[in-house]
Write a protein that binds this ligand. Sequence first.
Ligand code: EPZ
Length: 423
Amino acid sequence: MDYLKIQGNTKLQGTIEISGAKNASLPLIAMSILAKNSVVMKNLPQVADINTLLKLLSNLGATFSFNNDVATINTSSLAQTKATYDIVKTMRASILVLGPLLARFGHCEVSLPGGCAIGQRPVDLHLKALEQMGANIEIKAGYIEATAPNGLKGCEIIFDKITVTGTANIVMAAALADGKTTIINAAREPEVVQLCEILNNSGVKIDGIGTAVLTINGSNKELLNIPKFTIIPDRIEAGTYLCAGAITNSEITLTNVDASHLGAVIAKLEEMGNSFEITQNTIKILPTDELKPIKITTQEYPAFPTDMQAQFMALATQANGVSIIEEKLFENRFMHVSELQRMGADITLNGHTATINGKTKLYGTDVMATDLRASSALVLAAMVADNQTNVHRIYHLDRGYVQLETKLKNVGVDIKRLKEDAI
Ligand code: EPZ
């Protein structure tokens, strides 16, 4: 296993190019199951989760090529429809193949993803919606066994909770269903918007894109011709690097980024004292010498994203005053707190609310990553901590950040990736 060795008291300068969005790429790769043509996608990020889903598809018989950031996926030779536990357990978003496989083949078996570090993360809403569309769902020995011998039928679906991959799964199932499906309380994340836009450009008429009410007019099992597309920039990667500029009081510019996807994040950074110069596809952060404390509640898009919670907690340790962060989406998304405390952060937890007293001096030490976004929070803290920090178990980081250490090294961070036995 690798770890990152980071020397603290860093100043950054220069530009960071943002890669394609992991959470847009995953449903778009699953969407290729709905296509009769080879699907060509550009700006696909080279991260572990993408490789995992491509491997899952190839295990089902699909073929793909993935060079630089362009992937071509052909599912015409897709021969079996069982997504096995060995793959699904490593990447819960594998559940995204459920809707497309069922819609196209009328049957599939997908391992229940199980929980993960940040929470139990059930998929009950995905399953209930598919049953409403006419599927028969049984859970047997840890697998979802789904059949729809007469195909899926469009209907009205009301999601009890807003679910990002749940919305994506049902949009894709509805794309091949017979008739119209209306999803009420749909997720409005930019990643869901792009999926809908591409399906809409592929002949599946979708109304309400970007709103909480989506109407999908299905093709009645007619496979789709999906035109080439470019994946949107990763707004969470971008937000993470904006926090890197803010926490080190450095002026850096992000390129290949869409600021319209980062409204809540930029607003909170402005509240903390930072300012920005924004163009069509760049964001320059102009930091402040003194960060103001902040109050954050994580909610669904377009409100403040849970995937930026850990990064802002690291930032809040350097603000002068008391910050409050409430995590409302996941039941266990504070695992970075104990590691930040070991670095000297003054954080107290009360249920789903963290109180961060700043500004505190952080000290470099050995810390352990526990999940994807917690890992990036530890990297941010390490950049302002005294001396050296070793961030272990960075396979979590590799799931969602393209060449993080290279991008940070290029803007001045003293960061090295080493093998654990090198300590
Ligand atoms: C997506 O996860 C993202 N992953 C997550 O990003 C992100 O944190 C999350 O949305 C919230 O924005 C991908 O897009 C691949 P949800 P998802 O279904 O779809 C509950 C990252 O760091 N729920 O929107 O799994 C659920 O427990 C990852 O990139 C049910 O109860 O999240 C949670 O409390 C981490 N039943 C809430 O809804 C269901 O059937 C939101 O979950 C589905 C969800």
